[in-house]
Design a protein around this ligand. Structure first.
Ligand SMILES: Cc1ncc(COP(=O)(O)O)c(C=O)c1O
Length: 277
């Protein structure tokens, strides 16, 4: 008797791949526990610890009673600080009603996909990509369309490639810059060319995952949402995991058009509610 017959799990979960990164990380832990000397390149775990002032602030906050349910899109003080950060570091103008803090940027991406995608929609993912994008997008019933750029393009997808991959069903583009796994960083000109293509298609939105913003050894970081043609089509994803070595804290966020932020808040309100800090 097949496992599916014994335990009637949903088609959704049966068709979903386990996170390859998490599987690799577990394998590395298991091998380490057996005494093997393992260099683990699986999880994007920074090689420094959460800065002391952050830990101290968190301890103080707990002592002051910050232990209860928070507003679903995150504490107002935190959203105000994120609004200021977006402005200062990225030149992005988001109001607090456009910001949603989630339990990791992974949840941010899931909120957006669940809010925007329907069965049969297509999602262009710039490849090579962080493996979770595809599984999260597939969970909605959408079809993943990877668009690959190899070493000859410095692993950066061109505007022409994007244009070629767009069909009447394309609803979302997902990419990261700086990119996990390649480390490539898109320049302003490269992003502008892509933005010009996106702007031509009215119902096309873009998840610009900028979580590696501060782990950038190449070019100046540019936020896709600063390009005027796509300001209202961009969901900027960021978080604390990589830049501040806070992977275990589970804190990510988006800046997005207000109606997308509201949809993500509604989604999150039924799944997890807001994160603590
Ligand atoms: C490109 C990219 N986006 C998002 C995430 C998720 O980050 P978080 O820890 O905030 O869920 C990761 C984690 O590895 C990542 O590599």
């Amino acid at each position: 008797m097949s496992e599916a017959t014994t335990y009637p799990l949903s088609r959704r979960i049966m068709e979903m791949e386990e996170s390859a990164t998490i599987r690799m990380a577990q394998l590395a832990r298991d091998l380490k526990a057996k005494g093997h000397d393992v260099i683990d390149l699986s999880l994007g775990e920074p090689d420094f610890d959460t800065p002391v002032h952050i830990k101290e602030a968190a301890k103080k906050a707990l002592d002051e009673g910050y232990t209860k349910y928070t507003p679903v899109p995150g504490l107002m003080e935190l959203r105000e600080a994120i609004r200021d950060k977006f402005k200062r570091d990225n030149g992005l103008d988001y109001g607090v009603n456009q910001i949603v803090v989630s339990n990791g940027a992974k949840q941010s991406v899931a909120n957006v996909c669940l809010s925007l995608l329907d069965e049969g929609d297509e999602v262009i993912i710039f490849s090579p990509y962080w493996v979770s994008y595809a599984e999260i997008a597939k969970m909605t019933g959408a079809t993943v369309v990877p668009v690959y750029a190899g070493i000859e393009l410095d692993y950066k997808v061109t505007a022409q490639q994007v244009e070629k991959a767009i069909t009447p069903r394309t609803r979302l583009i997902i990419f990261s810059s700086p990119c996990n796994p390649t480390g490539s960083v898109y320049t302003y000109d490269e992003l502008t060319s892509i933005a010009e293509v996106v702007a031509k298609y009215e119902h096309l939105y873009v998840v610009a995952d900028e979580i590696y913003e501060y782990i950038n050894f190449t070019d100046k970081h540019v936020s896709f949402g600063t390009i005027p043609q796509v300001k209202d089509r961009t969901i900027t994803v960021n978080g604390f995991s990589k830049g501040f070595a806070m992977t275990g804290w589970r804190l990510g966020y988006i800046g997005a058009p207000a109606w997308i932020a509201a949809a993500c808040t509604k989604m999150q309100g039924q799944f997890t509610s807001g994160p603590l800090l």
